[in-house]
Design a protein around this ligand. Structure first.
Ligand code: UDP
Ligand code: MG
Length: 318
């Protein structure tokens, strides 16, 4: 098998057929054998039904179906675990990432690059809010992490088998796949493309999932938020000490009566707020440590289709 294309699907009944049509058209012209792996991430609409119908007609199509919604990054991971291709492409189902860009990626791969990521030069049909938060997010992340994660890239990328095997050897959960891809190294390069509008349907990344995604990215790749408390604590202690001196001076050497409870309440509330924020940050990390120690499988597969042997299903649960 030359190429594997992984497509995560969550409630994509409106796009799956067009997605299949465009992908198989593109892949038919790439001059190699390929498989299309649909990863159904616990869709609650007709996605699975449609996927089954497609797989029944086309031998190149394989399906991994989760027992529930485990999230986009986990769906990609499952696809990689079962992909057989010498090069593995990850692409969104909604056709925001144009399938023909895969051909450019393949060309780069043949030049010898092991990771080819798509870099969005423009994002069409996305809300101003999403564009601004995305821009801010990628830049903040880069400022805070030691691994340099290319800005304005998504999960649309091609990975050589070597990179896929390296990723498969990372057992961590709460995965931020694009960060992990940077982490594993290898020769990496970019192809630029314009991100289209969604073909149909609406985003499956509501604010709640976006925040979780951002938290996963930050905590997986940076300890800096933990060090924040040292910095803020130091700063506030210094400020408090200066204030203490001022108050002492006023009390001992002047006639001014030092102001009463209002300022005291304000200061106490402020400090308590800071303490709680820092505790929350520590809590985020502890929660993730707890997740790791439980050692649960990353996902549970409910059903697979199209893979050579059904043993995949039972053996490769994590
Ligand atoms: N997706 C998924 N599980 C989820 C959310 C999204 O598998 O819990 C898939 C979705 O079907 C799509 C891809 O991830 O193929 C990207 O999602 P979407 O296009 O909604 O995100 P956006 O482009 O708005 O960031
Ligand atoms: Mg999208």
């Amino acid at each position: 098998m030359e190429y594997s294309v992984i497509v995560p699907l969550y409630n994509e009944e409106e796009v799956i057929e067009e997605c299949y049509r465009r992908l198989s058209e593109t892949m038919a012209g790439c001059g190699g054998t390929y498989e299309l792996i649909f990863v159904n991430d616990g869709s609650r609409d007709r996605t699975m039904e449609l996927a089954r119908a497609i797989a029944a007609k086309d031998k190149c199509v394989k399906i991994i179906s989760f027992s529930r919604n485990f999230g986009h990054q986990t769906a990609i991971t499952a696809g990689m675990n079962l992909a057989a291709g010498a090069a593995v492409v990850v692409i969104d189902a909604d056709l925001q990432d144009p399938p023909r860009v895969i051909l450019d990626m393949i060309a780069k791969w043949k030049e010898g690059y092991e990771v080819v990521y798509g870099r969005r030069t423009k994002r069409k049909g996305e809300t101003v809010f999403k564009k601004i938060t995305a821009k801010l997010f990628y830049r903040t992340l880069n400022a805070l992490t030691d691994v340099s994660i290319p800005v304005d890239t998504g999960d649309f990328r091609l990975l050589d088998r070597k990179a896929v095997e390296a990723l498969k050897s990372l057992p961590e959960r709460n995965r931020y796949v694009r960060g992990l891809v940077s982490w594993v190294g290898f020769r990496q390069t970019a192809v630029d493309y314009v991100r289209d509008e969604r073909f149909a349907g609406e985003t499956k990344y509501p604010l709640r999932k976006m925040l979780r995604f951002a938290a996963d990215a930050l905590t997986s790749f940076s300890y800096k938020p933990l060090k924040l408390s040292i910095f803020v604590g130091g700063l506030l202690s210094a400020a408090s000490f200066v204030y203490l001196l001022v108050v002492l001076y006023l009390a001992l050497f002047t006639e001014v009566t030092v102001a009463g409870w209002a300022s005291l309440a304000a200061i106490t509330l402020f400090f308590n707020g800071v303490v709680l924020i820092v505790l929350g940050i520590i809590g985020e990390y502890i929660g993730r440590i707890y997740d790791e120690t439980k050692g649960r499988p990353l996902y549970i597969i409910g059903e697979t289709a199209g893979f050579d042997s059904e043993k995949d299903k039972n053996n490769e649960k994590s």
